[in-house]
Design a protein around this ligand. Structure first.
Ligand code: NI
Length: 259
């Protein structure tokens, strides 16, 4: 079944129909979901979702756009949440230079701290990197992120940058953008990345694939992403679903759950 490696079901966009939506996943081929914390409150909400649904696991972390809320106390809270049995990664964390705030120095500091946390608690890390390829790589290399392991979520850089992450043995989260007509660079990168390093993800509620671009996204749209990858790789849809599920179980150390 499809393994969704990155979604935000704690987001208020799902307040109206969260229960029904999540309840429909099993019969529609969505097997496992990693819910991703993007803030301290989101990380707490992620734990609650993971406790409530057998097929949901979680990652706890603070997104680069939200790091102004972080403090030593906040890091302590994240460290405590990492001890929960269904928390399988630290993140999302990283750098996002799309907007001028928060300051680059602050983003770098809390990214480095979350990498150190991941190393300490021995969990893989979920990296968010937007318009910040070089600085992200520099910090990851300085912290020997290859020893920590993880995934570059919503990978959106070139084949050359993909090679640098591959050298650290990282995985690549591929989502709705791969279905966009103008995603030429990303399509080249996906052709280049070995199949055993690719994970399926949506980043729900964001980044809906074609033909639902612009609408609220959910894991139910993952077949469009898997289909696009199958076409680029010249393999079957089933092989994409099976391989990406195996990859995600390996990275997050999640065995097949009972439903
Ligand atoms: Ni995200």
């Amino acid at each position: 079944m499809i393994f969704e490696s990155h979604a935000h079901y704690d987001d208020e966009e799902f307040d109206g129909d969260r229960e029904e939506l999540l309840a429909s996943f099993g019969e529609r081929g969505i097997g496992t979901v990693i819910n991703i914390g993007a803030s301290l409150a989101g990380s707490e909400a992620t734990v609650r979702l993971a406790e409530r649904y057998s097929f949901i696991y979680g990652a706890v972390g603070v997104h680069p756009s939200e790091v102004e809320e972080l403090s030593e106390e906040g890091m302590e809270r994240l460290r405590a949440l990492c001890g929960h049995e269904k928390i399988v990664a630290v993140g999302e964390t990283g750098l996002d230079y799309h907007y001028p705030e928060p300051a680059v120095s602050l983003q770098k500091e809390w990214f480095a701290r979350q990498l150190l946390l991941a190393r300490e608690v021995k969990l893989p890390v979920i990296i968010h990197s937007r318009e910040a390829a070089k600085d992200t790589l520099d910090i990851m290399q300085a912290h020997r992120a290859g020893e920590i392991g993880g995934v570059v979520h919503c990978f959106s850089y070139t084949k050359e940058t993909a090679r640098d992450y591959l050298n650290m043995d990282f995985y690549f989260g591929i989502g709705g953008v791969i279905t966009f007509k103008n995603a030429k660079k990303l399509k080249e990168a996906v052709q280049y990345i070995p199949m055993d390093k690719i994970l399926l993800e949506t980043d729900s509620p964001y980044l809906s694939p074609e033909p639902h671009r612009g609408e609220r996204n959910s894991s139910l749209n993952l077949p469009y992403v898997a289909g696009a990858i199958a076409e680029l790789k010249g393999i079957s849809y089933e092989e994409v679903v099976e391989t990406t599920e195996r990859n995600a179980r390996r990275l997050f150390n999640v065995t097949a759950e009972k439903r």
